[in-house]
Every structure is written in structure tokens, then in C-alpha cells.
Write a protein of this length. Structure first.
Length: 206
């Protein structure tokens, strides 16, 4: 792609590093920003810079947050006795959009995948077990919901977690299989996902 400006070419290169954006789309976005009022472009630049520098990960559940504790963990209205375990932050957003779950979350940061070299130690599993053993609230954790994608890696992770969690005498459940086998949680429609959370079933390791 021949671009007559090195500055625009550099911008296109950086924008095209974003997932799902090719060179043509990146060029269209760069030219759009060039046409905008300078105030708008500077506001975007500032917002991205502040996001990168100031967004934190909740020290309890590892969700994105503007402070040490995310708004969900800090809320007095959430049921701290129930923890919903998900693969990543996008799954938290998907479940929250259903308005069907009032407990808390735990973001693993991935799933166990030997092929990709991801073992239990690369995930926040020990942090989850610590939350179950030593809950932050006065009430003990009564249930852990495994809301992982229905892939081989997701099932492997669920099985591993269930084995570890049952050592702590806590109820372990999984979302009902309204979620298609092999499906990713974040792409499931809100009605199906909401029903799957509400009609969850006990998880069996046998």
C-alpha cells in the first residue's frame, strides 16, 4: 500500500495491529481521524493513554477496574457467597448484560491448554482457591459456578477446578448446556446465557 505520507503510514501500521482490522480499514480510520476536529482526536488519544496507564485489575476477582476493587466486588448489593468463574473479562460483560446474576466473579485469564503451553499455574486458580478458603466477607463462599466455554480446553479446566474446589467442601455447579458445545460464551445471546446461569446444575467429576 503506497501512502504519500510517512506519518499516516505509521498511524495505519499501528491501527492495523488491532484485532480484526486490516490495512484498508486502518487507512480509512486514520483518514477519518485526520478530518476530525483536533479536539476530538486529542480526546481519543488522551482517553487511550489514561486507559493504558490507569486501568487496574481487581485484586479480588481480576476483573478490570479503576481502583483496587472492581465495582462488583465492592458493591454491598452483590451476593459474596456465590462466585462465577469465567475465562476472561469479556465473559463478565456478557453475563452482566443478562441482568440474571447477582453474585461475584473470578476471571481466570484463560483456560488450561497444554498445546499452547498454558497450565494451571498460568491462570488465577490459586487466587480463586484462596478466596474460597478465606472469603473477604463474613459469610463463607457457598457455591462456585463454572461458566466456561464448552470447548475441550474449557471442559478440561472445569474438571480440574471441580476437583480442586471439592477439597474445600464448596458446592460446584456449571451453567446449563443451553450453550452449544464448542461455543464461546461471549458470542452467546443474552437470553440463552441468562437462562443457563439461572438453571445451572451441580458439576460432577465422576
Amino acid at each position: 500500500m503506497n501512502i504519500p505520507s510517512k506519518l499516516i503510514e505509521d498511524a495505519v501500521t499501528e491501527i492495523s495491529r488491532l484485532p480484526g482490522i486490516g490495512k484498508k480499514t486502518a487507512l480509512r480510520l486514520a483518514l477519518h481521524l485526520l478530518k476530525q476536529n483536533e479536539v476530538h482526536t486529542e480526546a481519543l488519544t488522551l482517553a487511550l493513554s489514561k486507559m493504558r496507564q490507569e486501568v487496574q485489575y481487581c485484586k479480588s476477582c481480576h476483573n478490570i477496574s479503576d481502583s483496587e476493587l472492581c465495582s462488583i466486588c465492592a458493591s454491598m448489593k452483590r451476593d459474596k457467597t456465590v462466585i462465577c468463574v469465567v475465562e476472561d473479562i469479556r465473559d463478565v460483560l456478557a453475563i452482566e448484560n443478562t441482568n440474571q446474576f447477582q453474585g461475584t466473579y473470578h476471571v481466570l485469564g484463560g483456560v488450561i491448554s497444554p498445546i499452547q503451553g498454558i497450565g494451571p499455574e498460568e491462570l488465577t486458580i490459586e487466587s480463586l482457591l484462596e478466596r474460597v478458603k478465606n472469603p473477604a466477607s463474613e459469610e463463607p463462599v457457598q457455591e462456585v459456578i463454572l461458566a466456561l466455554s464448552g470447548t475441550m480446553e474449557g471442559d478440561t479446566t472445569s474438571f480440574y477446578l471441580a476437583k480442586r474446589l471439592k477439597e474445600n467442601n464448596v458446592k460446584v455447579s456449571t451453567i446449563a448446556r443451553g450453550i452449544p458445545v464448542g461455543g464461546e460464551l461471549e458470542y452467546t445471546d443474552e437470553v440463552t446465557l441468562g437462562r443457563s446461569i439461572m438453571t445451572r446444575i451441580n458439576y460432577s467429576t465422576e
